[in-house]
Design a binder for this molecule. Structure first.
Ligand SMILES: C[S@@+](CC[C@H](N)C(=O)[O-])C[C@H]1O[C@@H](n2cnc3c(N)ncnc32)[C@H](O)[C@@H]1O
Length: 283
């Protein structure tokens, strides 16, 4: 008689298999790209990813309500369906990202943000950076950035662009910050664009979870190195993203299933997805 744990393992293993009818049904579920990517990993990779997320969630203090509440209060779908794979980070993460640039010249630093559901461009413009450009495919998000920076002496330059359809922009940047989606095509499109716009001595900050990308992360790293970048620092668990109700339930079930963690251990906690900050320097 199969146990429920065995049945779940069996179903999860069917997900990446192209030849099974149930696999096709599972793949038809309206899951976000990150969940799809995780389901396509090997059992060992899934376990390593969940273990890391558990460790980070253990270390992360309980979030203050104002910090945990999404930067998009009005757009909640319990976290299951995410527009353009958006998942805004905590306010503390946004500040920590802006702190990475403290010490840089406010007037002359050319900063480019590729994908900005975290509203980093707003934070940087409020801190007085005069040459911030932000590119994203979401016009609603860009309108919000425009509104929130209307009072800044120098608001960011706003560029509406789909990075899958375009591989060049009229920009040169000393600092490029990218927060790519978790599909290998999507991540590659973001990175190639970042590389093409980075100045000869540029610094590039790439926010990704290498456990989710698995082999695709090695490919991203090689693309950066072949383009003259050197990894100068990796900040593990740098970015925290509060997740919605449904992903929280799925995460708790996954910990129970893979790590045999009792559900009561994870009840009533504000859960986060985490990613690392990879700092690359060119030249
Ligand atoms: C990809 S999302 C961030 C992913 C998130 N960190 C996560 O954990 O899944 C970052 C931003 O990229 C934008 N974005 C997504 N796909 C894009 C595309 N093809 N072209 C331009 N921007 C895109 C989204 O609108 C969003 O604001």
């Amino acid at each position: 008689m199969p146990t429920s744990q065995n049945l779940i393992s069996y179903l999860i293993a069917l997900y990446p298999r192209k030849d099974k009818a149930i696999g096709s049904l599972l793949r038809a579920l309206p899951l976000n790209p990150t969940t799809r990517q995780v389901l396509g990993l090997t059992y060992g990779e899934q376990l390593a990813y969940l273990q890391k997320l558990w460790d980070f969630n253990q270390k992360h203090q309980r979030l203050e309500h104002s910090d945990a509440s999404s930067l998009y209060a009005g757009q909640k779908t319990a976290g299951l369906l995410r527009r353009f794979n958006q998942l805004p980070c905590t306010l503390a993460t946004r500040k920590a990202r802006a702190d990475l640039l403290s010490g840089r010249d406010l007037k002359s630093s050319r900063i480019l943000i590729l994908g900005d559901d975290d509203l980093l461009s707003v934070e940087l413009s409020k801190r007085g950076f005069k040459q911030v450009a932000v590119a994203d495919c979401d016009p609603v998000l860009l309108d919000r950035i425009r509104r929130e920076t209307a009072d800044c002496p120098t608001p960011p330059r706003i560029i509406l662009a789909d990075f899958h359809k375009l591989d060049q922009l009229e920009e040169v940047a000393d600092v490029v910050i990218l927060d790519p989606p978790y599909s290998s095509d999507g991540a590659r499109a973001f990175l190639n664009l970042a590389i093409s716009l980075a100045a000869p001595q540029a610094t590039m900050y790439m926010m990704v979870n290498p456990h989710v990308l698995a082999a695709a992360y090695q490919e991203l790293n090689s693309i950066a190195v072949q383009s003259g970048f050197r990894l100068s620092e990796r900040r593990e668990g740098f970015n925290a993203y509060p997740i919605g109700t449904i992903p929280s339930i799925i995460m708790r079930l996954a910990w129970w299933h893979y790590m045999r963690l009792p559900l009561r251990k994870t009840v009533g906690r504000e859960l986060c997805f985490f990613s690392d900050c990879f700092e690359f320097v060119r030249g």
